[in-house]
Design a protein around this ligand. Structure first.
Ligand code: SAH
Length: 241
């Protein structure tokens, strides 16, 4: 399976983010793409199947996290609501030093990711079948992660309740969003204050080739999150803080 266009598109796109990919990593990304396409025939993983679009909107978009902040070597990273593995899998492939945990509520996606982890022999990745609310209430996972990332899961007010409790104080939460974040940022002010998050920066990025605009909201945790949060599964989305 040698696809030079796939590799060139990915190399050049990643280079625009200042990321140099090694030949072995390109092979893993290509294999991952094949696995998504194959499984997508029976499990609804993504609407994006065109090769260039997949590279840009899934792989490179995931890697924008590495452009946005400097993640320390060996950091513990959590991806909340990873779906088919975004941004978690591309981050783990690109940074084998990171200890990556992914949580996902849908069993079929979890099963797919177990196959990906095995197929790509990713030794730095763990996938857990759980809801973020249940995960965040367990002592073993509270305030344990250096970085939490999440893409396309919920509005920021809800996401804060999923993502801040597992984050350690002084850790960073990256919320990956489209171009329009103004309203959800306003709506999230109370949730952030309650859970100990402060918006440090919003980084605008244009994706290579397609030019789509993205915003990465960078949130630091300045205080520990009260034990009462996250509330029971379903409540954060139903009644955002
Ligand atoms: N992050 C991926 C998937 C986005 S779709 C991407 O950007 O491509 C949102 C995913 O989040 C779905 O797979 C859904 O099952 C999962 N999800 C939604 N709410 C969740 C929760 N409370 N806990 C865990 N996973 C959740």
């Amino acid at each position: 399976m040698v696809n030079n266009l796939f590799k060139k598109t990915l190399i050049d796109g990643a280079a625009e983010l200042g990321i140099t990919l090694k030949p072995g990593q390109l092979v893993l990304f290509e294999k991952y793409y094949q696995m998504v396409i194959d499984t997508n025939k029976s499990v609804n993983l993504t609407a994006i199947t065109d090769e260039q679009e997949f590279i840009v909107k899934h792989l490179i978009d995931s890697l924008t996290c590495l452009y946005a902040i400097n993640i320390k070597k060996g950091a513990r990273v959590l991806d909340v609501g990873t779906g088919a593995g975004f941004p978690g899998i591309p981050l783990a492939v690109c940074r084998p030093d990171l200890l990556l945990t992914m949580v996902e509520a849908t069993k079929k996606k979890v099963r797919f990711l177990e196959e990906v982890i095995q197929g790509l022999a990713l030794r730095n990745v763990k996938i857990l079948h759980t809801r973020a609310e249940d995960f965040g209430r367990k002592k073993a996972y509270r305030e344990k992660y250096d970085v939490v990332v999440s893409r396309a899961v919920a509005p920021l007010a809800v996401l804060a309740e999923y993502c801040l409790p597992p984050l350690r104080t002084n850790g960073v939460f990256i919320s990956m969003k489209g171009p329009n974040t103004k309203e959800e940022v306003i709506a999230a002010q109370n949730a952030l204050a309650v859970l100990g998050g402060v918006i440090e920066d919003t980084i605008g990025i244009r994706l290579p080739y397609l030019g789509d605009e993205r915003k990465l909201i960078i949130i630091s945790k300045v205080r520990s999150s009260p034990d009462a949060f996250p509330r029971r599964a379903g409540i954060p989305a139903k009644k955002p803080l």
